[in-house]
Design a protein. Sequence first.
Length: 264
Amino acid sequence: MKNKTLVILIFSILIPLTGGRLFSQESNEPKPEIGIYEKLGDFIPDDVILNDENGKPVNVKSLLKRPTIFSFVYFRCPGICTPLLNGLTKVINQADIEPGIDYDVITISFDQTEGYELAAGKKESYIGSLKKNISPDGWRFLTGDSLNIKKITDAVGFKFARQGNDFMHGASLVMVSGQGKVIRYLYGTDYLPFDLKMAVTEASEGRSVPTISKIVKMCFSYDPEGRKYVLNITRVAGGGILLLLGIFVGYLTLKKKKTNLNNT
């Protein structure tokens, strides 16, 4: 009886401390308007038409000849877009696989007001910063209208929202196979050569690989002012306390059973 009373007392303390989230299920929480919602195994639509760096319309699906990395940014972004593209440039330089040969890269602006001239300037800047000589077709920079942008971003689960002249959005690379199948997500702005090589290998084999996105969503919240993901202390603390509580209750249960056995 004492053990039950103690457990009830602990729960009555923990629930207010965790803001009532201790037992909340993800399905009961409203989804945020922004973030990355994995669409592993889904395919890029056949009818997405965007503009290339010369302003010519191209069918995105027709560009897929080998494993391809998609990055979604907007070129005027004052936040995480530049670190993302810098991180992509860095891992391209570090990896022992070659863009344009082993894989391709497609960067798409999700701001429909940005034109191909801006895309061409970004392409020249980033390809020029590479230590490798790659074909211009190895890294494409595309722009487009809102309808086609929505088609491609919805297809890979990239959700964003306009905030004034800027956007709230997440940071992730999306690896797609040569057939347009969504294979893997690489989160953040800093990437390991090993992860890139594994993603390319998996895309070559057509194997979709789950990531830890649900853990990321649980432990991190999006900060719209800083335009980045920040550690959600409340959720992490609540999860940790719940784990400790489970261990404690298990200890009390085993102790009670041991006592009963000794008394028999």
